[in-house]
Structure formats: structure tokens, C-alpha cells
Design a protein around this ligand. Sequence first.
Ligand SMILES: *Cc1c(COP(=O)(O)O)cnc(C)c1O
Length: 380
Amino acid sequence: MIYTDHAATTPLDTRVFEAMKPYFQEQYFNPSALYSQAQKIRKEIEKARSQVATLLDADPNEIIFTSGGTEADNLAIKGMAYALKVKGKHLITSQIEHHAVLSSFKFLESQGFEVTYLPVDHTFRVSVDDFRRAIRPDTILASVMMANNETGTIQPIQELASIARSKEVYFHTDAVQAITSCKISVRELGVDALSISGHKIYGPKGSGALYLKKDTPIVSWITGGDQERGYRGGTESVPNLIGLGEASKILQSERADRESHGKVLRKKFMEQLKHHHLDFQVHEHPTYQLSHIVNIGFREVESESLLMHLMLRGVLASLGAACNSSSVEPSYVLEAGNVDRAYIKGSVRFSFGREISEEDVVWIANEVKEILELIGKVDF
Ligand SMILES: *Cc1c(COP(=O)(O)O)cnc(C)c1O
């Protein structure tokens, strides 16, 4: 089997698993308890928090642990919108956000907020000018993802955040995909809030974090005890937090290698597809692009059929966002990028990881060629 769906999730790193193990059984104490056994766990949680903070160039006090990217997005968007609503009710996001972000904005619309959804160009990038023009006197918050999970396009976050700041608009970015290979410094980016998830970086599912800049107004969404300084109540999922810390530490030291490995695979894969004279187009940005996500539209092919045949040959890929796989609707991300209908139907996302070799992608390209010959073209 060759797994090429790393944008959906990644396998747990063995080192991360080893670091988590003691916290399932021996170290079961509630970190909020006062006895020393519990305090020792508290210390380990704070170490994990520092590891995440170091990865993002943040202060540990600015990291809030969550149950994943979805919760971090919800907390940031709903929490900041509610905290700021006395100043205005206008919000800005893009048309190609992950469902975790889009559905948070949809919810806010149902609560009387007004949302502008910025379009993207054919490289799936939002325009900085569009963003500037969208800001109104009553705009309170904007959220634009750092890199898209279907196409891998990287957005001009530093510029957007700087415009937002000059207009006193708070700025959040979903960096769940970007963090897998981009070097991220929240200070350099100038954002107020940024979400990450553990299971996209070889950490545990159900782990994530929100960077929230010091003194940023936010209303907490999950209330309970004063865990996470009151921003997120509930007894900590200790193994997951430890796992996220360890995954962050490993990512920090291996990020550059993962990025360059992704570039090699991408280049090789393209070369092979061209070598086989396949009729396809790549949905990407020529420069601002995550290397490990390769979204390809094959002309007049049914992508479901291609994916099924790939699966039978042991290659696991996807249509785009994992949560969309059950629907046969064309991807809203590709539609927003105005992808030609002849290619949109036959679009497949391969997302490579560190376990994939050059031989693997050569083999996959060859399988694709054979499958396309087999299934032929569909009638439109
Ligand atoms: C996976 C993903 C999420 C959701 O993260 P979970 O930890 O699975 O909740 C959010 N945004 C993007 C861009 C993602 O790729």
C-alpha cells in the first residue's frame, strides 16, 4: 500500500507514541490535583506547551491546547467575534477556507454578523487589494488560511495581517496545512491568532492548539474549570498534549528536510505524468505552494473511478478535503479558482509524506497512466 493522503492525516510517529505511552496508564493523575504526582504531569504539559510555542516562535502563555484544528478555528473565530461585537459586526474570510472555518462563519451569520467571502484567482490566492477594499469601519475580524488543504496554495498572510492591523481589524489564520512544511513565526507574520493540528504533523488525532497573541480579546467557547487559563475548560487529554509537544519538537528539527523531500517528489511526479503524455493540469500556485500537496485535474475523467482503481492497486489518494469525499459535488475550492469543467470532474489530490520515495511516485504515475487507458474517457 502507498498512502498519499497526508493532507487528510498522517501516521503517528513512533517517537511521539513512545512519549505518549506513560500517560495512558502509569501517569494517569489529574494535572489539576495538588499532590506531587499530579504536579509532575502539570510540568510535562507545560513543557509540551513550550515545544509548541518554540515551533511557532510564540510565548508559551500564548498557546491554548484544543482538541484539534477544528476546535482551534471555532474558538478563534467565534470567540473573537463575540468578544469584539460591541465594535462592529462585519467579518472577512475567503471562499476556500476549510469547513472548520467556513461553518464557524456560517454560524456567526445566523447570529446577526455579516461576512464577506473573498474570491480567489486561478492560482487559488486571494488578492491583497480585494482584502483592503473589503474592510469597513465596522469590520472586527478577518480569517484567511495560510495554505489551502486541497491545492496547497500559500496566502500572503504577512501582508494581509499588516493591513488588518493598520485598520484595527483582528486577524486569524488556519495554519493546519502550512505548518507541515512552512517555517512559521507568529511574530513575523503579525497575526493575532493561528490554528494548528497534531494529526497533520505525525502527532495524535484529537490534539491541536491555538496561538492567541497576548491581550487579544476572546470569549471562551468551552467553559468549565480554569484549565488552559479559562480559555478551554475540561480535564486535559494528557497523552495528546504530550504527543503534540513531541510532534512539534520533531517537526522543528525535520521541517526543512520534509519540505525539500516534498519538492523532489513533486518534481518527479510531474515529470513522470508528462513523460506518459497524459492530458492533465495542476491546480497550484507557481511559487507560493506547499510542495507535498499535488492537486491534478485529468481531462474528462471521473475522479471517483480513478481513485477506486488506484485504491485497488494499493494507492490511497483523495478527491480533496476528506470531509467532502462522500459527496459528488465538485470541490468548492476548485470552483472558486474557476477550474475548467473538463478538468474539475477529474481532479485528484495526492499528498505526499516523508515515507514516500521517488520510486513510489514513479510507480504511482505509471499506475495512473494504465488506469486512464483502462477506464478511457467519459462522455459529457
Ligand atoms: C485538517 C484541517 C483542519 C481540521 O483539523 P482537525 O484537527 O482534523 O480538526 C482544519 N483546517 C485545515 C486547513 C485542515 O487541513
